[in-house]
Design a protein around this ligand. Structure first.
Ligand code: C2E
Ligand code: CA
Ligand code: CA
Length: 268
């Protein structure tokens, strides 16, 4: 327990200096259209290699950033960097960016996102923010206002990790959304679980009924991909296509992917 506490304190200290030094950087995972098999955008995923602590995964440092109030500075910094990077991509590619539920408690977040878009010259129409269900349960009014403000400016909103949270359907549907991301836990069992197949089909149908698109997360195998395509899921993301790559690796990834059918060979 003591070791755990010590490690956490150490990470928090290093995190503060990493934010000051602006060394946490977004990597980008392609989002692939399942009807055309083309890359349509990229999701920014934060990567941090600390000099003294080594690679720290976002699942570990994002919660610490949330608890310590560092998430606003970190989120702004990452979004600014991601918008700069994405400005160099061909115009048709969108940028998906994760916004933590803690960030959505701050009524000023919408304004800050829009001013980062203004400063970097990145069009709001190319930005999609990803929000998890917990944002819809707590401080609902603030989240709702922020989402409306962003949608009015043309930013799209995706519901991340769908099916893993505690929001009720009516809570979710009271928000205006554009997309549902089907959680990896359902996608990874598509080959061997009838339940997962039924759940995925139901999510796609539900989304379609409300005019929303769907993205399947964590697509790793050709069998999973075939099921998703056959059942009308709009987009896919996962190691089958590519893991997240650094900004400098995007061109090589686009060259490798163009003109090829997605197959296990594309896996990184
Ligand atoms: P997420 O938003 O659900 O991101 C998807 C995670 O699944 C990423 O993990 C990605 O690398 C991983 N992944 C993608 N394809 C596959 C696959 O085929 N198989 C498997 N097993 N995993 C796959 P990552 O990058 O470690 O991020 C973990 C979580 O940390 C993210 O989950 C997100 O909630 C959070 N996160 C990452 N970057 C940011 C950020 O910039 N801001 C905020 N607020 N949260 C972030
Ligand atoms: Ca996400
Ligand atoms: Ca997710």
């Amino acid at each position: 327990m003591d070791m755990h506490v010590e490690r956490r304190i150490e990470i928090e200290r290093e995190l503060r200096s990493a934010i000051t030094a602006d060394v946490i950087e977004p990597h980008y995972q392609p989002v692939v259209s399942l009807s055309s098999n083309c890359i349509v955008g990229f999701e920014a995923l934060a990567r941090w290699r600390s000099r003294s602590l080594g690679h720290i995964p976002p699942d570990m440092f994002i919660p610490i950033a949330e608890e310590t109030g560092l998430i606003n500075a970190l989120g702004d910094q990452l979004l600014r960097r991601a918008c700069f990077d994405a400005s160099t991509w061909p115009e048709m590619f969108t940028l998906a960016f994760n916004i933590s539920p803690v960030q959505l408690r701050d009524p000023a977040i919408g304004h800050r996102i829009l001013s980062i878009l203004g400063q970097t010259g990145f069009s709001p129409r190319r930005l999609e923010i990803e929000i998890t269900e917990s944002a819809f349960v707590e401080k609902t009014e603030v989240a709702k206002t922020v989402i409306e403000e962003l949608r009015r400016a043309g930013v799209r909103v995706a519901l991340d990790d769908f099916g893993t949270g505690y929001a009720t359907l009516s809570q979710l549907l009271s928000f205006r959304l554009d997309k549902i991301k089907i959680d990896r836990s359902f996608v990874s069992h598509l080959d061997d679980s009838i339940e997962s197949q039924v759940i995925v089909r139901a999510i796609v149908d539900l989304a379609e009924g409300f005019g929303l698109t769907t993205t399947a997360e964590g697509v790793e195998g050709a069998g999973q991909l075939a099921y998703l395509v056959a059942n009308g899921c709009t987009e896919g993301q996962g190691y089958l296509f590519s893991a997240a790559v650094p900004a400098a690796g995007i061109n090589a990834l686009l060259n490798r992917h163009s003109g090829r059918t997605a197959s296990a060979e594309d896996a990184v």
